[in-house]
Ligand binder design. Structure first.
Ligand code: SF4
Ligand code: SF4
Length: 579
């Protein structure tokens, strides 16, 4: 019943600190949607940053909406109740502006579900003058929004703190001037970083590759990524604390954004350049604020140990009597102070990301970590009293051979023996993920390794290490990774596939939906694309990289050459001179 569903949302709201609720009618309203459950969505700092930005305007009330959990969703369907926001329990269709945060490809299935359950026309083309304008931002919108092109009116390419205000300003003004939906979209398309997909026509060749992308006069041929020059100008820390999320005991603080390490598989490394940090003063203020709510801070950023003043930051946190946590660390920049601070914070596991075991493969992907770095980091951790080690590994990397897989097994055994030689009885966990060649990386033209090969290699790793005491292997489902691969690299014909898959139960109906739309997964996954001749689906987007930069990096990968990290005064990739 609706009142029970409303009550559930009110209970969630009552358990939060920091949510902003405004009297009805006092402000314009904006629904901010995370296409997954509350538990997942509220763990996302980017989502909270946009919530804070929109509410800070003074003229707009931002209200959050999530996918109901598995138990609650059938109740919405049974009672024909539209999805409602947390803050005022208003239905999604009642908002004139809706913004989605797109972080994971597998959430695309939930986008369709939420629009349908929220009673908003799922296809942008079906929305009329009175229907909401549906916007999306986040990493997936930035590197390749095309598979969702038919579902959204606008995509935000890059970081959202500034452009969200520009879009709202243009929208409010245009609406006051009583101009049509199409004209509003045209105005929004003029904002740098705003991609309005309906203005771009994509033509395909008979073989399914893209023949041409065209747009009318007045619409930019390329959409430039937006990025914040001075991080300190925009707060990026937990806005709402709640016990109902993954980081329930933590206050999250963004330390840095972008990464200058140039790992060749890493979309974030290319799409969030250049690397920027917050000042220690700003972070100190955030730590003091955190203390009002929680006794632990979670430091967020691509490579936390790269923060130039990481030791001072750790000391500030400990001096405040707080504990701290980080996601994963660079083995080559780990410091004793950082490890000790994590140990004092009762961290039981250190996570390192060598990604590959063989030195040759690390050169291909530009992971400059050596075995010595790994062993030193493990020694520091064990000596500090942190018992468990977790290693991130990818399989199916370009040029990977059986020997590279053997080396993963050898590395795991050697590291476990080393841990034991240091007196550690802790667990070694290998977290193994199939590699997906992502857009805007040097590997964007490369095929994904055949799923059968990946499965065989995973099986080998598993069976070789299964009997070893204290070694655990966690594997991401290859089947899911291959759906992710199609969605990450796909074009706008996949919008129809997502709609059909939704009818068949979401991701489990994906294969069938591909068939129905006469599309082949192999064409998206296993085909080598030619840099000189193939038009990639994300061609309209401009990350700011020099046109031949990624090709040059691909050549370096083939030669197994390292590329140096970002440095002061460097203009190598084109971002800094354009910034
Ligand atoms: S260290 Fe490498 S993998 Fe990690 S964020 Fe930076 S570029 Fe990406
Ligand atoms: S121009 Fe140089 S420093 Fe700037 S992002 Fe590119 S590689 Fe890094």
């Amino acid at each position: 019943m609706t009142w029970q569903l409303k009550e559930k949302l009110q209970k969630t709201l009552a358990e939060e600190q920091g949510a902003m609720v405004f009297p009805p009618g006092s402000r314009q309203s904006f629904a901010l949607v995370y296409p997954n459950t509350y538990h997942v969505g509220m763990s996302n700092l980017g989502f909270q940053i946009i919530y804070q930005q929109v509410n800070s305007r003074g003229d707009t009330a931002c209200e959050r909406l999530f996918l109901p959990d598995r138990k609650t969703e059938p109740e919405y369907i049974r009672t024909n109740t539209p999805l409602m926001t947390i803050e005022t329990q208003r239905p999604l269709y009642g908002f004139s502006l809706i913004g989605f945060a797109l972080t994971f490809e597998m959430d695309y299935f939930n986008v369709v579900n939420i629009l349908q359950l929220g009673k908003v026309p799922v296809l942008a083309a079906d929305r009329g003058e009175k229907d909401p304008l549906v916007i999306a931002g986040g990493p997936c919108a930035t590197f390749n929004p095309e598979p969702l092109a038919d579902l959204f009116d606008v995509f935000i390419i890059g970081e959202g703190e500034e452009i969200i205000h520009e879009i709202l300003d243009v929208y409010y003004q245009a609406r006051d001037n009583n101009i049509s939906r199409q004209e509003i979209l045209f105005e929004i398309a003029q904002i740098p970083g705003a991609y309005v997909p309906c203005f771009y026509q994509v033509e395909y060749k008979e073989d399914g590759t893209i023949k041409k992308v065209s747009c009318p006069e007045g619409v930019p041929q390329h959409v430039q990524r937006r990025w914040i020059q001075e991080l300190d100008q925009y707060e990026a820390q937990t806005v709402i604390v709640t016990p109902n999320t993954e980081f329930k005991d933590m206050f999250l603080i963004e330390v840095a954004r972008g990464c200058g390490r140039h790992c060749r598989f890493c979309m974030a490394g290319y799409c969030y350049r250049n690397p920027r940090v917050r000042s220690l003063k700003t972070l100190e203020a955030a730590v003091v604020k955190a203390k009002e709510y929680r006794s632990k801070v979670g430091l967020m950023g691509a490579a936390i140990s790269d923060y130039p003043e990481i030791d001072s930051l750790c000391n500030i946190i400990l001096e405040q009597g707080m504990h701290m946590s980080v996601a994963s660390l660079r083995a080559d920049t780990l410091t004793l102070d950082l490890v000790n601070a994590l140990a004092v914070s009762k961290h039981r596991t250190i996570t390192l990301a060598p990604e590959a075991a063989s030195i040759r493969l690390r050169k291909v992907i530009n992971k400059t970590i050596t075995d010595e770095h790994l062993f030193n980091s493990i020694k520091m951790a064990v000596n500090a009293g942190i018992p468990h080690i977790r290693l991130y590994i990818m399989i199916g990397l370009p040029s990977e051979e059986e020997e590279d897989i053997e080396e993963i097994v050898t590395m795991a055994i050697t590291i476990k023996e080393y841990m034991e030689s240091l007196g550690s009885r802790g667990r070694l966990t290998l977290s193994v993920n199939p590699f997906i060649p992502k857009p805007f990386t040097p590997f964007q033209w490369m095929p994904m390794t055949q799923v059968s090969v990946v499965e065989k290699r995973l099986k080998y790793i598993n069976s070789s290490l299964r009997q070893r005491r204290g070694i655990e292997v966690l594997v991401e489902s290859p089947k899911e990774a291959y759906i992710q691969g199609v969605l990450a690299r796909g074009d706008r014909r996949l919008s129809a596939v997502l709609l059909d898959a939704h009818e068949k139960g979401g991701s489990k109906g994906f294969k069938q939906a591909m068939k129905k739309n006469m599309l082949r997964e192999e064409d998206y996954l296993y085909r080598q694309r030619e840099p000189e001749s193939e038009i990639l689906p994300w061609k309209v987007l401009d990350m700011g990289l020099d046109s031949l930069y990624l090709e040059r990096e691909l050549e370096e990968a083939k030669k197994e050459e390292f590329t140096a990290p970002c440095a002061q005064g460097c203009t190598r990739c084109g971002i800094c001179k354009k910034g």
